[in-house]
Write a protein that binds this ligand. Structure first.
Ligand SMILES: Nc1ncnc2c1ncn2[C@@H]1O[C@H](COP(=O)(O)OP(=O)(O)O)[C@@H](O)[C@H]1O
Ligand SMILES: [Mg+2]
Length: 593
């Protein structure tokens, strides 16, 4: 399925306005930006008494195309400098040329990017005259700051049409502008610059004042994030939203989803990816023993195979585990071929003394429920998105399957450069035993070198805090989001430096089924921010249809903007800092709302 096309705007249309319900909307487009804008200029343009709606749409221009554009602009300025341009002084052209040159350098170094930006104001009134009057005053305020504006004549409907996901809907000419990252950032009216990483994805809206928080995964030392919370708290939904938004910003991002509950199939398919159902014998095989995943490094592969087998047979006694390790290293010491489980069973058979219950354990690969994994690799998904659906896999085999799929994904990560995201849901399954927890920790420590980040989704941080490898992993997550937790253990509190109010609030954080969105506490670097994770209507429809979810019933499926949630004074006036925390982001009276 492709994203649904936006609803056609209904209502009657005049030459320069459109009627929607009882209101008349008069659109205004920005046709040229001034060379500079004062910080926070939108506040002056949109005073509280003005009945004006502003919509900003931004699409990143791929780096190669951006460079072409900047070089083109510079060439034009240079040519005009030589030929002389009517009305412009040499000094002005000189400034234009050096600005284009500087931008070119910044784009090449990727400190700036170019964006295709659509900025649309709509003045509203109870009659065409009123809305046009409102628009006239808006136009004057914009002109005072040096903006040149345009009224879309006979194009009001196209100007006002809702935003689709792909920006393919018809728009009036001159609708789109090209802006640098700084230019785009100047359009954001929000107070705290540290919450705004313009090349980032929207992670949520501050519960304090609804200002959006954008995070750029790729601009920090670790690209990995964690999401924690009880079942039903909205973790998988939030993870899907992050994947979706990441793909909009960087369509080249490869996404691998390890999906123990089989929830992400729709999303993966909608993104044009491949879903592999591991419980389905016809799905094709990843041979867990194939050293391709370690780029042919057989010693490293032997270590990982040891880890996945221990996850499968947690009851191995020390001497059995030692015998298995010996068999595995012998298997990989022979350089000639890609082993299968048949070869491993033979290798174990050659061991003396007799290896206890090992032979019996390994029978599961020959005649038991794991025989589908015994044989050469037949599955080579080439798509940019691959989901591994583990639903239907017996519980005691989940860590084993997760471990070799992670090993395979890790092989894909390091095989070529470019942004990649690995989503591991129900990650506690890997934290349960030491070897797989260690492997996951190693993956997180090294994946940045391959331009990759992990999205770790799990219920309780305590599962990871119990082991040194788990703690190491948690330290390597740049951002951690806590959704509702039934309780916050002293270990979690001290590891994440959560304050008393935060720890007391998390068990009361509102669930999506109560609120229609989810409440969460994000720990981003040194910041602790209570955020609402909210999907826009097109996102919600998109995810709702792919995740097989229904609109939450409690508030009739309303989005928070339409409800009572963000009225002034509903929460503390600023985000929490370590020094100053409110008792709760919102009053306790809301807990059962
Ligand atoms: N931010 C949100 N906005 C609207 N609905 C949501 C949101 N987060 C979760 N939901 C809905 O709540 C239900 C539980 O969410 P889910 O992400 O599966 O929880 P978890 O993974 O934490 O168990 C799903 O039906 C989902 O569609
Ligand atoms: Mg989930």
């Amino acid at each position: 399925m492709t994203p649904r096309s936006p609803r056609p705007a209904n209502g009657t249309e005049g030459a320069t306005w459109m009627r929607v319900g009882r209101r008349y909307l008069a659109p205004l487009l920005v046709h040229r930006f001034p060379p500079e804008v004062p910080f926070g200029f939108l506040g002056r343009i949109l005073p509280p008494n003005a009945d004006v709606d502003l919509r900003i749409e931004a699409h990143r221009i791929p780096a190669a195309r951006a460079l072409e554009l900047v070089h083109g602009a510079r060439a034009v300025a240079e040519a005009e400098l030589v030929a002389g341009r009517g009305g412009s002084t040499t000094a002005e052209l000189e400034v234009e040329r050096s600005a284009a040159e500087e931008l070119g350098r910044a784009v090449a170094e990727r400190t700036q990017e170019l964006w295709r930006v659509g900025l649309r104001f709509a003045a509203s009134g109870s009659s065409p005259t009123r809305s046009e009057g409102e628009r006239f005053r808006l136009g004057e305020r914009l002109a005072a700051l040096g903006f040149r504006t345009r009224i879309p004549r006979y194009e009001a409907k196209d100007a006002l049409a809702p935003t689709g996901l792909l920006a393919t809907e018809p728009r009036p000419s001159g609708f789109w502008q090209t802006l640098s990252t700084d230019g785009l950032a100047s359009l954001f009216p929000f107070v705290d610059e540290s919450l705004l990483e313009p090349a980032g994805v929207l992670v949520g809206l501050a519960l304090a004042n609804a200002s959006p928080v954008f995070l750029d995964r790729w601009s920090h030392a670790s690209y990995s994030w964690g999401i924690f919370g009880t079942t039903g708290a909205g973790k998988s939904f939030a993870a899907s939203l992050i994947v979706l938004r990441t793909r909009w910003l960087r369509p080249e991002t490869e996404v691998f989803v390890l999906d123990p509950l089989g929830e992400y199939g729709g999303l993966v398919q909608t993104l044009g990816g491949t879903v592999v159902r591991l419980a389905d014998r016809g799905a094709g095989r990843l041979n867990p023993l194939d050293p391709e995943s370690t780029g042919g490094d057989r010693r490293e592969k032997a270590g990982r195979v040891g880890a996945m087998l221990r996850a499968l047979f947690p009851s191995l006694k020390d001497e059995e585990a030692a015998a298995l390790d010996t068999a595995v290293s012998r298997l990989y010491a022979r350089e000639d071929r890609t082993p299968t489980f048949d070869d491993l069973v033979d290798e174990v058979g050659r061991l003396a003394p007799a290896p206890g219950r090992l032979g019996a354990f390994l029978e599961v690969f020959r005649s038991g429920s794991l025989s589908a994994t015994n044989g050469p690799t037949t599955l080579r998904p080439e798509t940019r998105t691959v989901g591994f659906d583990l639903s239907g896999v017996p519980d005691d085999q989940l860590p084993f399957h997760l471990a070799y799929v992670l090993d395979w994904a890790y092989g894909r990560l390091r095989s070529h450069p470019g942004p990649k995201l690995v989503l591991v849901d129900e990650a506690h399954l890997l934290a349960r035993n030491e070897p797989t927890a260690e492997f996951l920790d190693r993956v997180v420590r090294h994946m940045r070198h391959f331009d990759a980040g992990l999205l770790l989704v799990t219920q309780n941080p305590d599962d990871f805090l119990a082991r040194p490898s788990g703690r190491s992993l948690l330290r390597n997550l740049y951002a951690t989001a806590f959704f509702r937790l039934p309780e916050v253990s002293p270990e979690t509190r001290s590891f994440f430096a959560l304050g008393t109010a935060e720890a007391e609030w998390l068990p009361k954080a509102r669930l999506p089924r109560e609120a229609g969105y989810s409440e969460s506490l994000w720990r981003i670097g040194e910041w602790h921010l209570p955020l609402a994770v909210v999907a826009s209507t097109p996102e919600y429809e998109f995810l709702g249809s792919t995740l097989g979810t229904r609109p939450p019933a409690a508030n009739g499926g309303r989005l928070p903007f339409e409800g009572e949630v963000y009225t002034a004074g509903a929460g503390p006036s600023r985000p929490w800092t370590t020094e100053q925390r409110p008792t709760a982001p919102r009053g306790d009276d809301r807990a059962g709302a």
